[in-house]
Design a protein around this ligand. Sequence first.
Ligand SMILES: Cc1cc2nc3c(=O)[nH]c(=O)nc-3n(C[C@H](O)[C@H](O)[C@H](O)COP(=O)(O)OP(=O)(O)OC[C@H]3O[C@@H](n4cnc5c(N)ncnc54)[C@H](O)[C@@H]3O)c2cc1C
Ligand SMILES: *[C@@H]1O[C@H](CO)[C@@H](O)[C@H](O)[C@H]1NC(C)=O
Ligand SMILES: *[C@@H]1O[C@H](CO)[C@@H](O)[C@H](O)[C@H]1NC(C)=O
Ligand SMILES: *[C@@H]1O[C@H](CO)[C@@H](O)[C@H](O)[C@H]1NC(C)=O
Ligand SMILES: *[C@@H]1O[C@H](CO)[C@@H](O)[C@H](O)[C@H]1NC(C)=O
Ligand SMILES: *[C@@H]1O[C@H](CO)[C@@H](O)[C@H](O)[C@H]1NC(C)=O
Length: 343
Amino acid sequence: MKPQSTIIVPSTLVLLLSFQLIAAAADTHESFLQCLSLHSENSTSISKVIYTHYNSSYSSVLELTLQNLRFSTPATPKPLVIITPIHVSHIQAAIKCSQKYGMQIRVRSGGHDYEGLSFRTSYNSPFVIIDMINLSSISIDVENKTAWVQVGATLGQLYYRIAEKSPNLAFPAGSCPSVGTGGHISGGGWGILLRKYGLAADNIIDAHMIDVQGRFLDRKSMGEDLFWAIRGGGGASFGVIVAWKIKLVDVPSTVTVFTVRRPWDQIATKLVHRWQHVAHKLPEDLFIMVFLRSLSSGTEGNRTMEAIFQSLFLGGEAAPLMQRDPDCGGKKTVMKRAGFNQS
Ligand SMILES: Cc1cc2nc3c(=O)[nH]c(=O)nc-3n(C[C@H](O)[C@H](O)[C@H](O)COP(=O)(O)OP(=O)(O)OC[C@H]3O[C@@H](n4cnc5c(N)ncnc54)[C@H](O)[C@@H]3O)c2cc1C
Ligand SMILES: *[C@@H]1O[C@H](CO)[C@@H](O)[C@H](O)[C@H]1NC(C)=O
Ligand SMILES: *[C@@H]1O[C@H](CO)[C@@H](O)[C@H](O)[C@H]1NC(C)=O
Ligand SMILES: *[C@@H]1O[C@H](CO)[C@@H](O)[C@H](O)[C@H]1NC(C)=O
Ligand SMILES: *[C@@H]1O[C@H](CO)[C@@H](O)[C@H](O)[C@H]1NC(C)=O
Ligand SMILES: *[C@@H]1O[C@H](CO)[C@@H](O)[C@H](O)[C@H]1NC(C)=O
């Protein structure tokens, strides 16, 4: 009898304790949801953008833009609530209520974060995802060569809308169309227009964001220091970015692109070596980048290396440029010396 009761007592305690914890969590959860409705300017519409485990679409909303499948496992910590704001007041409500109920916030735009920082935490504290997917409007001002883009818009959507309005305007940013403008621009954002126009973050002229106190700020009201910080420092360190005003850049209506692949033998080694010397001396209109990757070769599954040169020339004919060597007063050919003529 005695040994048995000493076993029963502790386990009952554990059970009671965990019931209390679950009840407390459920209470917090309920209060948090009520808080959201109260703090939102429009409590009728906020309920339509709140997803908890009880909503059947919770998982599909969570998975929709999640890119790194390493963080799509049952063991990955899941948010208590996902909010997909369609109005700025929804973001303000989420920030205020998260503070009140001790919830962490994760902000997601395109979901491409390599570490999954936009949709998970690495420790066991309850958290909320503010998923910007439904704030994705884009308005292009061709006359002034500017555009307002909300962070839920992807790079592909942005490029498409610009191209619809003009064949001579573009925005210098990354090449993967599903990357979100929220995370991309706030972290810098590089792409094939880099040489001539710099990073995406270099081409931002205004921004709308919500800060930790729930204030709506633009460039003027946030001040130049904060405006500088959100263009490269990672937006989530400072608040929730809602939209960017971007500067559009001039491009010719005809451009030239090419890709050259070389196996990792003497030629590729020479080419990469040569590329390091000339790539930055070429005219700004010619961009050449190189990917070095490993691949399996032969039947024994041995691995070898390959160099892939990808290029964009802002013009119709790149060949004459490729024949000049910026190191030799334009006399010898750039790539011939290094083996491109063997293609
Ligand atoms: C397939 C792939 C291709 C890529 N190609 C390129 C490329 O060509 N050039 C390049 O420069 N980079 C590239 N990247 C990197 C990419 O730019 C970054 O991962 C970027 O942060 C993704 O932005 P996101 O909005 O899609 O990601 P998210 O995962 O939504 O966010 C990334 C980070 O920014 C924060 N954040 C997101 N939205 C906001 C917001 N509205 N306010 C405040 N903080 C926010 C998140 O909390 C998180 O910390 C690529 C990534 C992938 C996976
Ligand atoms: C509140 O939401 C309802 C339903 O979505 C909408 O009809 C109404 O215009 C909104 N009001 C404000 C002030 O945003
Ligand atoms: C999720 O479920 C709650 C409770 O049933 C409901 O009020 C809310 O509108 C649902 N969310 C969505 C996005 O449908
Ligand atoms: C939000 O975006 C998703 C995915 O694009 C879409 O299916 C849904 O209808 C949108 N919801 C609202 C309220 O706009
Ligand atoms: C261009 O900018 C000027 C000055 O800010 C503004 O008055 C004009 O309306 C803008 N053009 C368009 C098409 O919006
Ligand atoms: C593959 O690697 C093994 C071990 O290094 C080597 O003995 C063999 O010759 C290689 N095969 C080829 C086709 O390079």
